[in-house]
Design a protein around this ligand. Structure first.
Ligand SMILES: *Cc1c(COP(=O)(O)O)cnc(C)c1O
Length: 373
């Protein structure tokens, strides 16, 4: 055997995640490893917690980064809060809503599915009807923005409906955190999870999560033990907090957390509202350019997610050939269609550090070239 070091090319990542990582975050990742219970590391974890509270716009004491990807954040919310036999209203308008249903079923709970068309926001009136029809429902779960379709839903209204009907809300904010308006406390979100590799522009593999006091109480008063040991947040809580009595739960991914800390410092320095505005502005200039190329969006304008642009593949264009051309001639990655949109759509991401003028310009030039070939 004579393997060589792996030397990946430098790509421009304009797909559904991971997004581009800034040189500062990459540099932070290569700093010396220190012990995960080293006092200096614990101080840094406390800063990550405060920075995440800012990003989520919450005062929730239980706000941490889970040592696992967004999918584990999803699972953590469900296995901690939901018990067998519970009724959960789950909104499905794309791939990730469907995964929520799978989580509920595996717990042995009952999923009341509210379907909305792919490429559209969750229909709030249908959710309200489901709440009226199921007065014993305990949770409302939905995806703030479906990365599979590029549609953003009205999280504020959905959480208000959940509250009016005495339900806790479980929200997927994997693509939205840092990219569009998201206000955990103002909107009354009870359990929320995100991912490090989308608008936070950090390496994949971390999932910021936050639970309201109400959600923490539900966990503390469970009748049954949480079936997942690793994701049992009552154990993780004493690892991340617990004033001086940090107990070993698992070895934190030390360097990934350096990276997350660095990307959250950037978010703080830019300012959350400025970051939301930047994503919107970059989306608008991309949309203008795409329209000039005759390319059509899947999602109606008022429901579009700025950081994920789902577009119809133009007639006569070969899906795989175009994406390969972009990769091989421009080092540019865009996303393929997912689920119902496989082979029909492309997904152009403008997440975090990717959302810059030069990338929008490159994407438009490269796409025009590829379509002419
Ligand atoms: C990416 C994504 C996930 C899954 O995150 P992973 O880090 O890939 O596990 C979940 N929900 C949404 C909306 C996403 O965009």
């Amino acid at each position: 055997m004579n393997f060589q070091s792996f030397q990946p090319p430098r790509r421009i990542l304009m797909g559904p995640g991971p997004s581009d990582i800034s040189p500062e975050v990459l540099a932070a990742l290569s700093r010396p490893v220190i012990g995960h219970l080293d006092p200096l590391f614990l101080d840094m974890m406390d800063e990550v917690k405060t920075l995440l509270q800012y990003a989520f716009q919450t005062k929730n004491e239980f706000t941490i980064a889970l040592s696992a990807p967004g999918s584990a954040g999803m699972e953590a919310c469900f296995v901690n809060l939901v018990e067998a036999g519970d009724k959960v209203i789950v909104c499905r308008n794309g791939v990730f809503g469907d995964r929520m249903i799978q989580n509920v079923i595996r717990i042995g709970a009952e999923a009341i599915v509210v379907d909305s068309p792919w490429g559209r926001a969750v229909e709030t009136d249908k959710v309200e009807q489901a709440l009226i029809d199921n007065p014993d429902a305990k949770f409302v779960a939905f995806v703030h923005a479906e990365t599979s379709t590029g549609a953003v839903s009205d999280a504020k209204t959905l959480c208000a409906l959940a509250q009016q009907h005495d339900c806790l809300s479980i929200v997927d904010a994997v693509t939205t955190l840092g990219g569009i308006e998201l206000k955990v406390d103002d909107w009354g979100i009870d359990a929320i999870y995100s991912g490090s590799q989308k608008c936070l522009s950090c390496v994949p593999g971390l999932s910021p999560i936050s639970f309201s006091d109400k959600a923490v109480n539900v966990i503390k008063n469970r009748k049954t033990q949480i079936q997942s040991w690793f994701l049992d947040q009552s154990l993780v809580m004493s690892y991340w907090s617990g004033d001086g009595k940090r107990s070993y739960h698992h070895t934190a991914p030390v360097n990934s957390l350096y990276g997350l800390h660095e990307s959250l410092v950037h978010l703080q320095n830019e300012g959350l509202e400025n970051s939301w505005a930047r994503h919107k502005a970059q989306h608008q200039s991309l949309a203008k350019g795409l329209e000039k190329l005759g390319i059509k969006f899947i999602v109606p304008e008022e429901e579009r997610l700025p950081q994920l642009n789902a577009i119809y593949i133009p007639d006569g264009a070969d899906d795989a050939k175009v994406r390969n051309y972009l990769l091989n001639h421009y080092n540019l990655e865009i996303g393929a269609g997912l689920g119902d949109f496989a082979g029909k759509a492309w997904r152009i991401g403008l997440m975090g550090y990717t959302a810059r003028n030069e990338n929008v310009a490159l994407c438009l030039t490269a796409l025009e070239d590829a379509l002419n070939q």
